[in-house]
Ligand binder design. Structure first.
Ligand code: NAD
Length: 489
C-alpha cells in the first residue's frame, strides 16, 4: 500500500472537496478484511461551513425559487449519471458493506429510478385551491423547509441515501448528508454525482463522522429539519433533541417483522418468501422477516423444508454471481449477531441450522455468519423481541388467527409484516389487524419508490417514498387574495 493510496478522502462541503479537521476513519472490505480507504471526518468547523452554505443556497432565488421543472432537470441528470456509472457504483457499495453484487446492482438501478421519480413528481406537483368561504380566493402551495440534515445507516446506503436526497432536493431544500461512519463511500459518490450534474454550490453537502458528528448537525440552529434512518435507540435521542428545539423530524427506525405462514399457503412461494425475507442482505435489513410464525398443522413439514433451504444457502464472496449470502458489515457486528444466537440458546432456544461462522477457508478473512434458525423460544424471549440485524430467524407456532394477531403485534416495533395464505378474505382481515406500516400479502420485501413507507410504534415517525415522501420535506403556505373589499369581520 502506498502513501498516496492511504491519503484520506475528502468530504464535500460548500461545493468544495475538503479534508475535515476530525480524526481519519478507515473502511475495510468485510468480504476479505482488505483495506479500502481512509476518510477524513468533520468537526464543528466543517459542519458550520456545510450548514452555512446550505442556508445560503436555500435562501438564494437560484435554488429555492427555481421553477420546478428546472430543478427536476438536475435530478434527471443525477439519475442518468447513476445509470451511466452503475457497475462501478454497485461495486463501491459491495466493497464497503459486503452486500452481494446482484443486490447492489438492483439497488443502484433503484436509486436511479428514485431520482427520476422525484424529478417527475416535482415538476408535475400542483398546489390546491380550497373551496371559497369569503370574498377572497385562497390557494395552498408547498414550500421548502430549508436546510435538512439527512443521517443514514450502513445497511443500504445506495437506496436509503437516494430516497432522502431526491425528495429533499425536489422539494427545493438544501441538504447536509451524514452517512454512517461504517459505510461513507456511497454518500461521497452522490456528492460527486451532484457536482457533475451541476447542482448549485451548497445545495448538497456530505460530512463524514461518527454519531457525535450527527449530534452536532441535529442541534445546529440553522438546520431546519432532521431526516434520520437508523436504530430506534438513536432515533429516540434525535427525536428528543429535535423536540427540545421544536424542529421537525422524520424517523425511519428498526424492526422485528413477523412473516406469517398459514396452512393454506402456496408452500413453495412461502418457503422462498420466508427464507429470502430473513436471509437476503444477510438479514441486515430493517424489514427482515425475523419472526417466522407457522400454523401448527403444517409446522413440522414447513420448518423441516425451511431448514433444508438454509442448509443449502450459498454463502460466499459477494462478487460471485452464485452467492446468496455475503458477509455481515464488519467483525464487530458479527460478534453481536453471534452473541444473540448464544443468548437464544441460553433462553431455551434450539438452533435448527447454522449458528456459527462458516468453516470454508476461502471465507476465513471475512465477517461471514451462517444462516440460522431457532425454535422452542418463548415469544417474550429477548431474541424474539430485539432486532438482531443478521441472518437469524426465530420460528414460532400458532393455532388460531386471534392468537396469531396477538403474538405478531406483541412487539415494540411495527415496520413491516408478511402474510402467506390462499384465502384472500383472511389476507385482508389479518392484514388490516397487523400493527405495521407495510404488509405484504403473498410476497415479501416488495418495495417501490412510489409507495409510502414508514413504521408504526418504535419503528418510526412519518413516511418516506411516494408523493408523501415529497410532502414530508415541504411546508404548506396558504395565500388569500381579496376579490372584493377586505373581509375583516
Ligand atoms: P445507528 O442508529 O447506530 O446509526 C445510524 C446513523 O446515525 C449513523 O450515521 C450514525 O453515525 C448516526 N448516529 C448515531 N448516534 C447519533 C446521534 N446521537 N445523533 C445523530 N446521529 C447519530 O444505526 P445503524 O447501526 O447504522 O443501522 C442499523 C439500524 O438502522 C437498524 O436498526 C435498522 O433497522 C435501521 N434501519 C431502518 C430503516 C427504515 O427504513 N426503517 C432502513 C434501514 C435501516
Amino acid at each position: 500500500m502506498t502513501d498516496t493510496q492511504r491519503a484520506p478522502l475528502p468530504m464535500f462541503v460548500a461545493g468544495e472537496w475538503v479534508l475535515g479537521s476530525g480524526p481519519t476513519i478507515r473502511t475495510i472490505n468485510p468480504a476479505d478484511g482488505s483495506y479500502i480507504a481512509d476518510i477524513s471526518t468533520a468537526t464543528k468547523i466543517e459542519i458550520d461551513a456545510a450548514v452555512a452554505s446550505a442556508k445560503a443556497a436555500v435562501r438564494s432565488a437560484g435554488w429555492r425559487q427555481m421553477k420546478a421543472h428546472h430543478r427536476a432537470a438536475f435530478l434527471y441528470r443525477m439519475s442518468e449519471l447513476i445509470e451511466q456509472d452503475s457497475e462501478r457504483l454497485a461495486r463501491v457499495q459491495m466493497n464497503d458493506n459486503g452486500k452481494t453484487l446482484a443486490e447492489c446492482r438492483r439497488q443502484i438501478a433503484s436509486a436511479a429510478g428514485t431520482f427520476r421519480y422525484y424529478a417527475a413528481a416535482c415538476e408535475t406537483r400542483e398546489g390546491s385551491l380550497p373551496a371559497r368561504r369569503s370574498d377572497a380566493v385562497a390557494m395552498a402551495i408547498a414550500e421548502p423547509i430549508g436546510v435538512v440534515a439527512a443521517i443514514t445507516p450502513w445497511n443500504s446506503p445506495t437506496t436509503l441515501e437516494a430516497q432522502k436526497l431526491a425528495p429533499i432536493l425536489a422539494a427545493g431544500n438544501a441538504v447536509v448528508l451524514k452517512p454512517s461512519e461504517v459505510t461513507p463511500l456511497m454518500a461521497l459518490e452522490y456528492a460527486r454525482i451532484g457536482e457533475k450534474a451541476g447542482l448549485p454550490k451548497g445545495v448538497l453537502n456530505v460530512v463524514v463522522g461518527t454519531g457525535a458528528v450527527g449530534g452536532v448537525l441535529v442541534e445546529h440552529p440553522d438546520v431546519n429539519m432532521v431526516s434520520f434512518t437508523g436504530g430506534s435507540a438513536t432515533g429516540s435521542k434525535i427525536a428528543a433533541a429535535c423536540g427540545a428545539l421544536l424542529k421537525p423530524v422524520l424517523l425511519e427506525l428498526g424492526g422485528k417483522s413477523p412473516n406469517i405462514v398459514f396452512a393454506d399457503a402456496d408452500m413453495r412461494a412461502a418457503l422462498a418468501g420466508v427464507s429470502e425475507g430473513i436471509f437476503s442482505g444477510a438479514g441486515q435489513s430493517c424489514v427482515a422477516g425475523s419472526r417466522i410464525f407457522v400454523e401448527k398443522s403444517i409446522y413440522k413439514e414447513f420448518v423441516s423444508s425451511l431448514v433444508e433451504i438454509a442448509k443449502n444457502y450459498r454463502i460466499g464472496l459477494p462478487h460471485h454471481e452464485t452467492t446468496q449470502l455475503g458477509p455481515l458489515v464488519n467483525f464487530e457486528h458479527r460478534d453481536k449477531v453471534a452473541a444473540y444466537v448464544e443468548l437464544g440458546r441460553q433462553e431455551g432456544g434450539r438452533v435448527l441450522v447454522g449458528g456459527g461462522i462458516p468453516t470454508n477457508p476461502d471465507l476465513s478473512h471475512g465477517a461471514y455468519f451462517e444462516p440460522t434458525l431457532l425454535e422452542g423460544l418463548s415469544p417474550k424471549a429477548r431474541v424474539c423481541q430485539e432486532e438482531i440485524f443478521g441472518p437469524v430467524g426465530v420460528i414460532l407456532p400458532f393455532e388460531s388467527e386471534d392468537e396469531l394477531i396477538a403474538l405478531a403485534n406483541d412487539s415494540e416495533f411495527g415496520l413491516a409484516a408478511g402474510l402467506w395464505t390462499s384465502d384472500y378474505k383472511r389476507a385482508w382481515r389479518v392484514g388490516e389487524r397487523l400493527d405495521a406500516g407495510t404488509v405484504w400479502l403473498n410476497t415479501y420485501k416488495d418495495l417501490s419508490i412510489s409507495t409510502p413507507f414508514g413504521g408504526y410504534k418504535k419503528s418510526g415517525l412519518g413516511q418516506e417514498k411516494g408523493l408523501q415522501g415529497l410532502d414530508m420535506y415541504s411546508r404548506t403556505k396558504s395565500l388569500h387574495w381579496a376579490l372584493d373589499k377586505p373581509n375583516l369581520s
